[in-house]
Design a protein around this ligand. Structure first.
Ligand SMILES: Cc1ncc(COP(=O)(O)O)c(C=O)c1O
Length: 305
């Protein structure tokens, strides 16, 4: 993947090559940073780029910062405007991934969260599919999810993604597309970088936000679509590992992954082993919504041009 031509750094748009950090940077040494992942969707019919739910993403971003005692001189509105400016500057006319990142930029030795100064960057790159498979074969990871009292999973904390990377790499090197990670009590938490929703006996179920998951914007979006468009209910409750094996349908949701059906877990077919009918309906609705094609949900989409 090529690096972008320009980035946002501490209030200014700079050429990518000029946005540098030193090797002693706190965030690099101790993982004391937070980030986000947002998509901007190109709608070719309207010749328009829609950023999907940037205010919700930046609200969570600032909340992640709060968990690390970061005082950032930005609001969710100002960060959305900087994002629009940066897309316009590069003139993107294709679907992009937006990566905001804030980290303690002090170059010193000392593990802590106080008396430090954050830096804030945004980089934007063209981006296609994250999991390149129409139906994913996933494994239950032997790694456990970071706990709220270890590193809070509800914050998108840089250092915590070592947990995700351990799970993802072991899954991929073993031939799977992705990992599902359990929490300390053995209940289903989420994927390495996506939330999970299953349908069992005709009812949609997803782990609650107290089960060491990231409070996903796509999860929230899809739960609303299930209720409002399919007229079905969703239970937020703990999920046992073996319930997954017996589910009718399961899928991952996330800004990067978008919606990916899980058709096999550890060599066991889920439902009939192909994309389920409800998953298909939700995927269709989601893709229409994010491209700004559903009038009812147009307020989720922020225009760039
Ligand atoms: C661990 C984890 N869970 C879930 C998600 C999905 O969150 P969202 O839908 O807000 O992108 C992500 C994506 O960034 C993630 O990293």
């Amino acid at each position: 993947m090529a690096t972008p031509e320009f980035v946002f750094l501490d209030g200014k748009i700079l050429p990518y090559a000029d946005a540098k950090v030193g090797v002693m940077t706190h965030g690099l040494n101790y993982g004391t940073g937070i980030f986000g992942g947002i998509r901007g969707y190109w709608n070719d019919k309207e010749k328009q780029m829609f950023i999907f739910r940037p205010l919700d993403h930046y609200k969570r971003f600032l909340e992640s910062g709060k968990l690390l005692r970061m005082e950032l001189p930005y609001t969710k509105e100002s960060l959305t405007q900087f994002t629009i400016d940066l897309i316009r500057k590069q003139g993107y006319k294709e679907t992009v991934y937006i990566r905001p990142l804030a980290f303690y930029g002090d170059e010193l030795i000392g593990v802590r969260l106080h008396n430090l100064t954050p830096k804030m960057a945004i980089a934007i790159v063209p981006f296609g599919r994250y999991i390149d498979s129409p139906g994913a074969h996933v494994t239950i990871s032997s790694w456990r999810r970071v706990d709220d009292n270890i590193i809070p999973a509800r914050g998108k904390v840089v250092g915590a993604y070592v947990n995700s990377a351990l799970a993802k790499t072991d899954a991929q090197l073993a031939g799977f597309d992705e990992a599902i990670v359990l929490d300390q009590s053995g209940h289903v938490s989420e994927g390495s970088a996506e939330n999970i929703i299953m349908m069992r006996n005709g009812v949609f179920v997803t782990p609650p936000i107290t089960e060491n998951i990231l409070e996903g914007i796509t999860r929230r979006t899809v739960l609303q679509l299930i209720q409002d468009e399919l007229g079905m209910t969703v239970q937020e409750r703990s999920i046992d590992r073996t319930e997954l094996y017996l589910a009718d349908e399961i899928f991952f949701v996330g800004s990067g992954v978008q919606i990916v059906p899980i058709t096999k877990i550890d060599f066991r077919s889920i439902g009939s082993g192909v994309i389920g009918p409800n998953t298909k309906k939700i995927m269709d609705l989601y893709f229409e919504a994010v491209h700004g094609n559903l009038q009812k949900y147009r307020s989720w989409c922020v225009k760039v041009y």
